[in-house]
Design a protein around this ligand. Structure first.
Ligand SMILES: O=P(O)(O)OC[C@H](O)CO
Length: 199
Protein backbone atom coordinates (compact mmCIF):
# COMPACT_ATOMS: atom_id res chain seq x y z
CA UNK A 1 0.00 0.00 0.00
CA UNK A 2 2.84 2.18 -0.60
CA UNK A 3 2.80 5.55 -1.90
CA UNK A 4 5.58 4.10 -3.64
CA UNK A 5 9.18 4.04 -4.15
CA UNK A 6 10.20 5.62 -7.37
CA UNK A 7 13.19 5.51 -9.53
CA UNK A 8 16.52 6.62 -10.15
CA UNK A 9 15.59 10.10 -8.98
CA UNK A 10 18.20 11.57 -6.76
CA UNK A 11 17.02 11.79 -3.17
CA UNK A 12 19.80 12.95 -0.88
CA UNK A 13 23.46 12.60 -1.70
CA UNK A 14 23.23 10.28 -4.70
CA UNK A 15 20.89 8.38 -6.98
CA UNK A 16 18.61 5.87 -5.26
CA UNK A 17 19.75 2.31 -5.95
CA UNK A 18 17.10 0.15 -7.60
CA UNK A 19 18.08 -2.78 -5.38
CA UNK A 20 16.93 -1.35 -2.07
CA UNK A 21 14.96 -2.78 0.86
CA UNK A 22 11.69 -1.15 -0.24
CA UNK A 23 11.86 -2.62 -3.75
CA UNK A 24 12.97 -6.02 -2.38
CA UNK A 25 9.85 -6.07 -0.19
CA UNK A 26 7.69 -5.14 -3.15
CA UNK A 27 9.14 -7.98 -5.26
CA UNK A 28 8.83 -10.36 -2.25
CA UNK A 29 5.11 -9.67 -2.19
CA UNK A 30 4.92 -10.84 -5.78
CA UNK A 31 7.00 -13.93 -4.93
CA UNK A 32 4.59 -14.87 -2.12
CA UNK A 33 1.64 -15.17 -4.52
CA UNK A 34 2.39 -18.80 -5.62
CA UNK A 35 2.84 -19.89 -1.97
CA UNK A 36 -0.46 -18.28 -1.13
CA UNK A 37 -2.20 -20.11 -3.99
CA UNK A 38 -0.74 -23.49 -3.00
CA UNK A 39 -2.03 -23.04 0.56
CA UNK A 40 -5.44 -21.83 -0.65
CA UNK A 41 -5.98 -24.76 -3.01
CA UNK A 42 -4.52 -27.39 -0.70
CA UNK A 43 -7.20 -30.03 -0.23
CA UNK A 44 -9.40 -28.05 -2.68
CA UNK A 45 -9.71 -25.25 -0.15
CA UNK A 46 -11.68 -27.44 2.27
CA UNK A 47 -9.05 -27.92 4.98
CA UNK A 48 -9.52 -25.25 7.66
CA UNK A 49 -5.88 -25.45 8.70
CA UNK A 50 -4.68 -24.66 5.16
CA UNK A 51 -7.18 -21.81 4.90
CA UNK A 52 -5.49 -20.34 7.98
CA UNK A 53 -2.10 -20.85 6.32
CA UNK A 54 -3.33 -19.10 3.16
CA UNK A 55 -4.68 -16.30 5.36
CA UNK A 56 -1.32 -15.99 7.16
CA UNK A 57 0.61 -15.78 3.87
CA UNK A 58 -1.89 -13.22 2.59
CA UNK A 59 -1.49 -11.12 5.74
CA UNK A 60 2.33 -11.25 5.57
CA UNK A 61 2.26 -10.22 1.90
CA UNK A 62 -0.19 -7.42 2.71
CA UNK A 63 2.07 -6.17 5.51
CA UNK A 64 4.97 -5.85 3.05
CA UNK A 65 2.67 -3.51 1.16
CA UNK A 66 2.46 -1.23 4.19
CA UNK A 67 6.14 -1.49 5.07
CA UNK A 68 7.70 -0.96 1.64
CA UNK A 69 6.05 2.42 1.19
CA UNK A 70 6.88 3.60 4.69
CA UNK A 71 10.52 2.54 4.31
CA UNK A 72 10.78 4.11 0.88
CA UNK A 73 9.53 7.43 2.16
CA UNK A 74 11.41 7.47 5.47
CA UNK A 75 14.75 6.35 4.03
CA UNK A 76 14.54 8.29 0.79
CA UNK A 77 14.34 5.10 -1.27
CA UNK A 78 11.60 6.25 -3.60
CA UNK A 79 12.09 5.01 -7.16
CA UNK A 80 9.91 5.08 -10.28
CA UNK A 81 10.27 1.31 -10.39
CA UNK A 82 8.72 1.11 -6.92
CA UNK A 83 5.91 3.48 -7.83
CA UNK A 84 4.90 1.25 -10.70
CA UNK A 85 5.81 -2.16 -9.22
CA UNK A 86 4.09 -1.58 -5.86
CA UNK A 87 0.52 -1.36 -7.20
CA UNK A 88 1.24 -4.19 -9.67
CA UNK A 89 2.37 -6.47 -6.82
CA UNK A 90 -0.77 -5.50 -4.86
CA UNK A 91 -2.94 -6.30 -7.85
CA UNK A 92 -1.26 -9.67 -8.42
CA UNK A 93 -1.89 -10.64 -4.79
CA UNK A 94 -5.46 -9.32 -4.75
CA UNK A 95 -6.25 -10.81 -8.18
CA UNK A 96 -4.87 -14.23 -7.21
CA UNK A 97 -6.92 -14.23 -3.99
CA UNK A 98 -10.14 -13.14 -5.71
CA UNK A 99 -9.84 -15.63 -8.56
CA UNK A 100 -8.90 -18.39 -6.11
CA UNK A 101 -11.90 -17.64 -3.89
CA UNK A 102 -14.25 -17.56 -6.89
CA UNK A 103 -12.85 -20.83 -8.25
CA UNK A 104 -13.53 -22.35 -4.83
CA UNK A 105 -17.10 -20.97 -5.00
CA UNK A 106 -16.51 -18.84 -1.92
CA UNK A 107 -16.94 -15.50 -3.70
CA UNK A 108 -19.28 -14.42 -6.52
CA UNK A 109 -17.47 -14.09 -9.85
CA UNK A 110 -18.99 -10.68 -10.59
CA UNK A 111 -17.19 -9.24 -7.57
CA UNK A 112 -13.90 -10.66 -8.81
CA UNK A 113 -14.41 -9.26 -12.31
CA UNK A 114 -15.43 -5.78 -11.12
CA UNK A 115 -12.29 -5.50 -8.99
CA UNK A 116 -9.92 -7.08 -11.50
CA UNK A 117 -11.43 -5.01 -14.33
CA UNK A 118 -10.74 -1.81 -12.35
CA UNK A 119 -7.21 -2.89 -11.44
CA UNK A 120 -6.35 -3.76 -15.06
CA UNK A 121 -7.83 -0.49 -16.28
CA UNK A 122 -5.85 1.57 -13.75
CA UNK A 123 -2.65 -0.32 -14.63
CA UNK A 124 -3.28 0.35 -18.33
CA UNK A 125 -3.87 4.04 -17.55
CA UNK A 126 -0.56 4.20 -15.66
CA UNK A 127 1.29 2.86 -18.69
CA UNK A 128 -0.71 5.11 -21.02
CA UNK A 129 0.60 8.23 -19.28
CA UNK A 130 4.00 6.93 -18.22
CA UNK A 131 5.90 9.09 -20.74
CA UNK A 132 4.38 12.18 -19.13
CA UNK A 133 4.55 11.23 -15.45
CA UNK A 134 3.89 8.56 -12.87
CA UNK A 135 0.47 8.26 -11.26
CA UNK A 136 1.42 7.10 -7.78
CA UNK A 137 -1.06 5.50 -5.43
CA UNK A 138 -3.45 8.04 -3.94
CA UNK A 139 -4.78 7.97 -0.38
CA UNK A 140 -8.06 6.70 -1.74
CA UNK A 141 -6.18 3.98 -3.65
CA UNK A 142 -4.43 2.91 -0.48
CA UNK A 143 -7.69 2.85 1.46
CA UNK A 144 -9.24 0.82 -1.36
CA UNK A 145 -6.40 -1.73 -1.15
CA UNK A 146 -6.78 -1.95 2.63
CA UNK A 147 -10.54 -2.52 2.37
CA UNK A 148 -10.01 -5.14 -0.35
CA UNK A 149 -7.42 -6.91 1.84
CA UNK A 150 -9.73 -6.95 4.89
CA UNK A 151 -12.62 -8.25 2.77
CA UNK A 152 -10.43 -10.97 1.23
CA UNK A 153 -9.12 -11.91 4.68
CA UNK A 154 -12.68 -12.37 5.91
CA UNK A 155 -13.45 -14.62 2.95
CA UNK A 156 -10.25 -16.62 3.36
CA UNK A 157 -10.91 -17.46 6.99
CA UNK A 158 -13.09 -20.50 7.69
CA UNK A 159 -15.42 -18.46 9.89
CA UNK A 160 -18.84 -19.78 8.89
CA UNK A 161 -22.10 -18.10 7.89
CA UNK A 162 -22.30 -16.05 11.10
CA UNK A 163 -19.76 -13.68 9.50
CA UNK A 164 -21.64 -13.25 6.21
CA UNK A 165 -23.07 -9.85 7.10
CA UNK A 166 -19.67 -8.50 8.15
CA UNK A 167 -18.13 -9.92 4.96
CA UNK A 168 -20.72 -8.18 2.82
CA UNK A 169 -20.43 -4.83 4.60
CA UNK A 170 -16.63 -4.74 4.20
CA UNK A 171 -16.82 -6.04 0.64
CA UNK A 172 -19.44 -3.41 -0.23
CA UNK A 173 -17.15 -0.66 1.08
CA UNK A 174 -14.22 -2.15 -0.85
CA UNK A 175 -16.25 -2.27 -4.06
CA UNK A 176 -17.38 1.35 -3.64
CA UNK A 177 -13.78 2.49 -3.06
CA UNK A 178 -12.63 0.38 -6.02
CA UNK A 179 -15.03 2.09 -8.45
CA UNK A 180 -14.68 5.65 -7.09
CA UNK A 181 -10.86 5.62 -7.02
CA UNK A 182 -10.77 3.98 -10.47
CA UNK A 183 -12.80 6.90 -11.86
CA UNK A 184 -10.51 9.37 -10.06
CA UNK A 185 -7.39 7.82 -11.65
CA UNK A 186 -9.07 7.94 -15.08
CA UNK A 187 -9.65 11.69 -14.68
CA UNK A 188 -6.03 12.20 -13.55
CA UNK A 189 -4.70 10.25 -16.51
CA UNK A 190 -6.76 12.21 -19.02
CA UNK A 191 -5.65 15.50 -17.42
CA UNK A 192 -2.01 14.43 -17.51
CA UNK A 193 -2.23 13.59 -21.21
CA UNK A 194 -4.16 16.77 -21.98
CA UNK A 195 -1.60 18.84 -20.04
CA UNK A 196 1.26 17.20 -21.90
CA UNK A 197 -0.39 17.86 -25.27
CA UNK A 198 -1.02 21.54 -24.57
CA UNK A 199 2.52 22.25 -23.31
O1 LIG B 1 -5.45 2.01 -6.45
P1 LIG B 1 -4.03 1.85 -6.89
O2 LIG B 1 -3.92 1.19 -8.23
O3 LIG B 1 -3.25 3.11 -6.83
O4 LIG B 1 -3.33 0.86 -5.89
C1 LIG B 1 -3.02 1.34 -4.63
C2 LIG B 1 -1.92 0.50 -4.13
O5 LIG B 1 -2.36 -0.83 -4.01
C3 LIG B 1 -1.45 1.02 -2.81
O6 LIG B 1 -0.37 0.29 -2.40
Amino acid sequence: MTAGNASSQPSGPGPVPLLNIANVLTVSRLALVPFFLVALFWDAGQDALWRWVAFAVFVIASITDRVDGDLARKRGLVTDFGKVADPIADKALTGAALIGLSLLDDLAWWVTWVIIGRELLVTALRFWVIRHGVIAASRGGKLKTLLQAIAIGLYLLPLGAAFDLLRWVVLGAALAATVVTGADYAVRAVRLRAGARSS
